[in-house]
Structures are given as C-alpha cells and as structure tokens.
Design a protein around this ligand. Sequence first.
Ligand code: FAD
Length: 306
Amino acid sequence: DFDVLVVGGGPAGAAAAIYAARKGLNTGVVADKFGGQVAETVGIENFISVSKTEGPKLVANLESHVRDYDVDIMENQRAIELTQDGKIKLGLENGAELKSQSVILATGARWREMNVPGEQEYRGKGVAYCPHCDGPLFKGKRVAVIGGGNSGIEAAIDLANIVEHVTVLEFDSKLRADEVLQRKANSMGNITIITQAMTTEVLGDGKRVTGLQYTDRATEQSHHVELAGVFVQIGLVPNTEWLRGVVEMTERGEVIVDARGQTSIPGVFAAGDMTNSPYKQIIIAMGSGATASLGAFDYLIRQGET
Ligand code: FAD
C-alpha cells in the first residue's frame, strides 16, 4: 500500500512525486505516458531559469529527477476508477487495484483539435495551441486564431501585440467572448474578426504553414487566408472523464481544488491542467503539484498513520 499515489506523469505529477518522496512517504506514480503534454512540445522558452529547451529533453530531465528518489513508477498504466472505503482505491485498466492513504490526481488535459487536413501535419510547424508559449515565434508575421470564445479573443489580443496581423475565425454567427474583450479586440488596429467561418484546411509548403482555407457558412463560398501561424483556441479538455460523479468538478470537467490542492474527497488532491486553477503552463503545473503533495503530507500527518 502507498502513502501517496500520484496519477499522471506530466510536470504536475512529477513535482508531486518528488515532493512526496522527499517527505519519506511511500510514493507511487501511475502514468499512461510519462511526460504528458510536454512530450509533444517542440520549443519551450518560458520554463524559468532554462532559456530554451525542447519537450523530449525536459521529459527526460523530469523522469530522471523522479528516478533519483525511491518512487514506484508504473508506466503505460491507465487509471479508470477511484473509490474509497477507509483507504483510497485506484482501479487500473489492466484490472489491477492499488491502495493508498492519499491520492494526487494529475492527469492533465488535451487541446481540442479542429480535425481538418493539415492540422496534424503542421503541428509545431505553424499550427499552435498555446499563445503564451508560441506567440513570440510569430513576431511580425500574420496569424489566425480559430475560436471566438474568451480564450480565442484573449489570444488574439495577446498576439496582436507581437505579430503583424491576427484574423479571428469564429464558426458561430457571433463571438462568445466577454463584451469587454470584444471591445478591446475591436479597438486594436490589426485584428480582423470573421464570423460564420468554418476552417476547412491548413495549408503549407511541406515545411511550414502558409495559409488556411475556410468556408463562409452564410454564402458557402470558400476563402483563402495567407498566414504563417494558426492558433487553435476551441477548448482545453481535462482528462477527467473517469472521475465524473466521483469528485466535484466545474461544468467544464475541471476538478475543483482548494488552496492546498484538496478535492471534495478528503485525502484526494489534484494538480495541474486537470484542475480549475487558471492558466495552464508547465511552471504552474509543477507549482500546483508541489502544493498538492505538501497538502497530502499535511493530511497524512493528521491521520496519525504515517
Ligand atoms: P499533462 O502534461 O497533460 O500530463 C498528464 C499526465 O497524466 C500524462 O503523463 C498522462 O499520460 C497521464 N494521464 C492522463 N490520464 C491518465 C489516466 N487515466 N491514468 C494514468 N495516467 C493518465 N506550457 C509551457 O509552460 N510552456 C510551453 O512552451 C508549452 N508549450 C505547449 C505546447 C503544446 C503543443 C502543448 C499541448 C502544451 C504546451 N504547454 C506549454 C502546456 C503544458 O504542456 C501543460 O500546461 C502541462 O504539461 C500540464 O501539466 P500536467 O502535469 O498538469 O498535465
């Protein structure tokens, strides 16, 4: 049996595991794939104190740091069920059941994709999902933001300060973003907003994005936009489907945590992109993993069993 069982091997899970192990707690990590979203990231330039690194390199560093400690890493394992009677039980897809005094959930999230031709091919070659991460790569260039919700319009405003021009493409007939964001976007001279636009294809020259194709849903005419980058902002989906009805969540499926990372179940903590904490970034996920782990430690010393 574990004192702390971490579910997820991304930045949040790795930080949680290291903090738990350093408290001398019997720590396990269950991860579908070590590294999480970082594994898919090309350049990382906002991981403070490291000017520039690459996803796979940071993943290798994360893993070796965790392996410096006596942590039981169970890779290629998916958690599918969380139950509780006295101890907390974690059911795995392979049928196994693990028991622990406390659990730290850190299963992350995934960006919703457009599922159009060219999106996968040019991912990291002009197709981007994180304006905070990749915005500066498009300095002085033309880009599009797909999605006119809050995150789309925030991205457009953010990018408009860096890039030459931003075209926002919204599927619906009007934007869903807050009025104040729409006003700000409209006041900037280099943002064009197009509604009723269904993006149909990302175009490129084989190496990088060169443009996109969209259909005006009102006229059914197809249009071409020349640009260097496409920021897809149609939602971040937390990997929490398996926890529905078990822990409290927001309507978007983000697990609700308190200041110590505790969920609605005592002894069950959560960290990183799967939670309702705002702003989804590596450094923030790591910080919240450390918080959740210290929260779990506080919880355990009050149980008097550790
Ligand atoms: P994740 O990294 O998503 O890790 C989740 C972990 O949980 C994985 O190990 C996964 O396999 C595991 N898992 C999921 N479900 C289960 C389950 N049921 N059972 C077991 N394991 C499970 N942030 C930055 O700060 N800078 C950047 O430059 C940057 N660039 C990015 C580029 C891209 C393309 C993407 C997609 C994201 C980028 N981000 C960047 C965001 C950053 O990657 C995330 O904020 C961060 O990885 C979140 O960490 P996490 O540990 O919460 O979740």
